[in-house]
Design a protein around this ligand. Structure first.
Ligand SMILES: Nc1ncnc2c1ncn2[C@@H]1O[C@H](COP(=O)(O)OP(=O)(O)O)[C@@H](O)[C@H]1O
Ligand SMILES: [Mg+2]
Length: 236
């Protein structure tokens, strides 16, 4: 596989992506994660752009829970590397041992225990965070699989999988991967204040950017929906 960066190190592979860590360097102040979509999971350029805007907005709304995104194409996603915590690491270690067999049965039992506690966390019972409910409430769909969640050392839930800006419903109609009205409202409710010296303008800038990103996201969604309509009209 072609390497994007010097020193890229394998981190994990999931169902959709092969994931690598890129170390920091003189022109990169922190580690980043580069995920390569598997061939059959590549989407379109438009979808990749839309994913970028949606993820940026969600990162602005949940900065402690959703890693920032720096680059998005149909083949590649570059995101902030976050601390996913001990349970998550252990899960990957156990998974790497491969198929369950007599030798690994005890480990798989541990793995199952970890998966259950992460699922509890994801459902909000353990850490009492409202993060998942907030996301669901914004009409954002996400994958509850254990490997997509971590907990950092400040007990923040981290959601590391990517977001789909849209999907097809059972009637083959294109649906937004977010609730436009609710997202508009919640962005509008972000603070405007320019007070504070250190993070002066941060919140205002974030709000302005989130608004712009939502406009761009919506444009792409409409283009996609219209493109689909036209192409199915063309087929008839
Ligand atoms: N931003 C990130 N920071 C830290 N670890 C990550 C990040 N993104 C992905 N990972 C690691 O890579 C694994 C697979 O990533 P994921 O995006 O869930 O791939 P897939 O879509 O194939 O399931 C995760 O379980 C996690 O361990
Ligand atoms: Mg995943």
């Amino acid at each position: 596989m072609k390497k994007f960066f010097e020193g890229e190190k394998f981190l994990a592979n999931g169902r959709e992506k092969d994931v690598f860590v890129v170390p920091k360097s003189s022109d990169r102040p922190a580690e980043v994660v580069i995920s390569h979509f598997k061939e059959n999971k590549e989407g379109t350029d438009r979808e990749a752009k839309a994913r970028y805007y949606l993820t940026k907005i969600l990162h602005y709304l949940f900065p402690e829970n959703i890693p920032d995104v720096y680059f998005s194409s149909k083949k590649t996603l570059i995101t902030e590397k976050v601390d996913t915590g001990r349970l998550h690491q252990r899960f990957h270690e156990l998974k790497a041992k491969g198929e369950k067999n007599e030798e690994t049965a005890v480990e798989w039992q541990e793995c199952k225990g970890l998966a259950e506690s992460m699922a509890d966390m994801a459902r909000n019972r353990v850490y009492g965070s409202s993060f998942n409910n907030d996301l669901l409430d914004l009409g954002v769909s996400f994958d509850f699989a254990f490997g997509n969640f971590g907990v950092d050392d400040k007990n923040n839930i981290k959601y590391v999988d990517s977001f789909d800006p849209w999907s097809l419903d059972p009637k083959n109609e294109l649906c937004r991967g977010y609730n436009l009205e609710k997202l508009t409202k919640v962005i509008e409710s972000l603070p405007n204040d320019r007070g504070g010296i250190l993070n002066a303008n941060f919140s205002s800038r974030r709000k302005e950017r989130a608004k712009r990103y939502l406009v761009e996201l919506e444009k792409l969604f409409i283009e996609e929906a219209e493109g689909r309509k036209n192409s199915s009209a063309g087929i008839k």
